[in-house]
Design a protein around this ligand. Structure first.
Ligand code: FES
Length: 239
């Protein structure tokens, strides 16, 4: 996609989302060469069940929620500044347009928290893949403002669609497409190359233990409870 097409596409999707939110997913799907998959539209809520608002999301604090399936974790971040759309490149030469942050400051972003390298993911016990805020750089890579997976040091840039910064990952983290309506936030689909199939195959036993059955782990969600990572995960492993 050249720069002119890229800007034109951003404008078209933005207009569609304002005029008719139902057009949003259709336009996005048509323009993303199969890189966008719409799922159930799911409201993001606080642990008390009330819709999450922009002011509930503290800048540079990591939040976890599950979308599009009951067992697939995602990170929600308020990056504290406007995050413009970006073109995200894949190693196979393809690219797609990531639409940037949402909210009044365009600072809120969400990504799958399943590492695209070998599917490390946050569990209630521990997490190797985490966001490193600007004031807490990684001791190993000295980088900050990144999502880093300590399993094999894959680095992703949350300000640019979770594109690859460094390390062994072949693909960016998949993006959760968020829509804001009346001050509430909805997840509507996944943009990019998701790792859900590999995730479910690789962690079949663990997910069955945690959710009671594979079918339950694969249930599509309609509401997503957003929890601070530090409250959900016992040991956040930083490196
Ligand atoms: S599983 Fe994340 S870097 Fe390998």
């Amino acid at each position: 996609m050249d720069r002119r097409d890229f800007i034109k596409t951003c404008g078209t999707v933005a207009v569609a989302s304002v005029l008719d939110p139902s057009l949003f997913s259709q336009v996005l799907a048509q323009q993303q060469d199969g890189m966008f998959q719409s799922y159930k539209k799911a409201l993001l809520v606080k642990p008390d069940g009330k819709p999450i608002k922009e002011e509930d999301l503290k800048p540079h604090v990591s939040y976890v929620f599950f979308y599009p399936y009951a067992a697939t974790p995602c990170y929600l971040l308020n990056l504290g500044e406007a995050v413009p759309p970006a073109e995200v490149k894949l190693k196979d030469g393809r690219s797609y347009r990531w639409m940037g942050g949402v909210g009044s400051k365009k600072s809120i972003v969400a990504y799958s928290a399943i590492c695209s390298h070998q599917w490390s993911y946050p569990t209630p016990q521990y997490s190797f893949i985490n966001y490193y805020p600007p004031d807490k750089p990684s001791e190993t890579t000295k980088r900050a403002g990144i999502i880093q997976c300590c399993a094999h040091l894959a680095l992703y840039d949350p300000k640019r669609g979770a594109g690859i910064v460094d390390g062994p990952a072949e693909f960016p983290l998949a993006s959760v497409v968020l829509q804001e309506e009346g001050g509430m936030f909805y997840a509507v689909g996944i943009l990019g190359k998701d790792q859900f199939q590999q995730f479910f195959e690789n962690y079949r036993t663990e997910l069955r233990q945690q959710y009671g059955s594979t079918a339950r782990a694969r249930e599509l969600v309609e509401r997503c409870t957003v929890t601070e990572v530090e409250k959900y995960i016992k040991a956040v492993v930083r490196c």
